[in-house]
Design a protein around this ligand. Structure first.
Ligand code: PEP
Ligand code: MN
Length: 365
């Protein structure tokens, strides 16, 4: 459902003008004054204007580096004075907001664990009442679009209109390539539901390893994200937090220069016309697909009635296994991935079960 919020487009935030997407970079954590300043100077040389550094670090388990606390804010202030960069840090409580404001932090972000907790978000929103400060809202750790939207709405209700979303991926159980699942459909849906909401991608926390940063950042650019927030450390392997995913300012610069920037709209009228023609074909195929699925469901209903009359169960596992087996082979011959075939037929099968359950539960008469 569309939500009407008065969000200021990124171009009107008064940020330094640049012909590339908004880039926020800096270490996962502020570790020492020297590290904070030297990293900032290096990044500024690479035309980065917005600096990030975590001062209070939310760690999943105790016993790890939990940030330097308020004294790091003085280091960020120094970064502003010495490099002219804007500085940005994470807040997770009212006290953090007051401290950040006291030291002139230019932008704050709400971390994934905080976004998942409406009490925390509301506390932060209350502390921001009447303040004109850009707020970046990371997605919650769990893949819940409503929770993400709710956090944005709470901040907006405090009178903030410079709000952007940061897509940092979603926690998952079990082993995966990436540290967090990107589930791109969620930020895409958020963008559709809240007009003008700037979208920033965080390839560092999605990937969890430096070798993935480039491909995730490219994907974000291809999906028309407005910016990137990337962790950068002078000596990544010695970082006190997130060592595996940090990259040096030089590596960051190389990735940013290698990114291919595509435009949402083609340059000439002719290219757009070609695209419109293809889209029309896609629309026609989608319509035909829906009609076929509808016809299929008519047969499903007949089977439902048959099973009901003959006291048979809806689910017959062997039949379902046969269907999926057959389509996996056929799909692979057609060049479709196993994941796609599984998802497609599971979705169709689930809807068939829903139709049949309805028939089973209909009262006679
Ligand atoms: C961070 O940006 O360093 C951080 C802790 O991020 P997240 O809230 O996405 O885990
Ligand atoms: Mn981090």
């Amino acid at each position: 459902m569309k939500t009407n919020l008065n969000i200021k487009p990124l171009n009107d935030w008064g940020l330094p003008k640049s012909d590339r997407p908004l880039i926020i970079a800096g270490p996962c954590s502020a570790e020492s004054e020297k590290q904070v300043l030297e990293t900032a100077i290096k990044l500024r040389e690479k035309d980065i204007f917005i600096y990030r550094a975590g001062i209070w670090k939310p760690r999943t388990r105790p016993g790890h580096f939990e940030g330097v606390g308020s004294k790091g804010l003085a280091w960020l202030k120094k970064v502003k004075e010495e490099t002219g960069m804007l500085v940005c840090t994470e807040v997770a409580s009212e006290k953090h907001v007051y401290e950040a404001l006291k030291y002139g932090v230019d932008m704050i972000w709400i971390g994934a664990r905080s976004t998942a907790n409406p009490f925390v978000v509301q506390d932060i929103a209350n502390a921001l009442d009447g303040v004109d400060l850009p707020v970046l809202v990371k997605n919650p750790v769990n893949p819940d679009l409503e929770l993400w939207k709710g956090a944005i709405e709470r901040i907006h209700a405090a009178g903030i209109n410079k709000i952007a979303a940061i897509h940092r991926g979603f926690s998952t159980f079990g082993k995966t390539n990436y540290r967090n699942l990107p589930t791109w459909q969620i930020p895409i849906d958020l963008k559709t539901e809240i007009a003008d909401l700037p979208m920033i991608n965080d390839p560092s926390h999605i990937g969890g390893k430096r070798e993935f940063i480039h491909e995730i950042a490219q994907k974000a650019m291809d999906l028309n994200f407005d910016g990137l927030i990337i962790e950068s450390h002078l000596n990544p392997s010695c970082a006190l937090s997130d060592a595996q995913q940090q990259i040096t300012p030089d590596e960051l610069d190389a990735i940013l220069h290698a990114l291919v920037m595509r435009k949402p709209n083609g340059q000439s009228k002719e290219t757009m016309q070609e695209l419109i023609t293809y889209r029309k074909q896609i629309d026609d195929f989608d319509k035909a697909l829906m009609a076929v699925i509808e016809e299929r469901m008519e047969v499903v209903k007949k089977i439902g009635k048959f099973k009901k009359d003959n006291q048979m169960t809806i689910l017959q596992s062997s039949r379902w296994e046969q269907i999926i087996e057959k389509h996996l082979t056929d799909g692979s011959n057609r060049g479709f991935s196993e994941k796609f075939i599984n998802r497609l037929f599971k979705a169709i099968h689930q809807e068939s079960i829903n139709f049949q359950t309805k028939i089973m539960n209909e009262q006679a008469g």
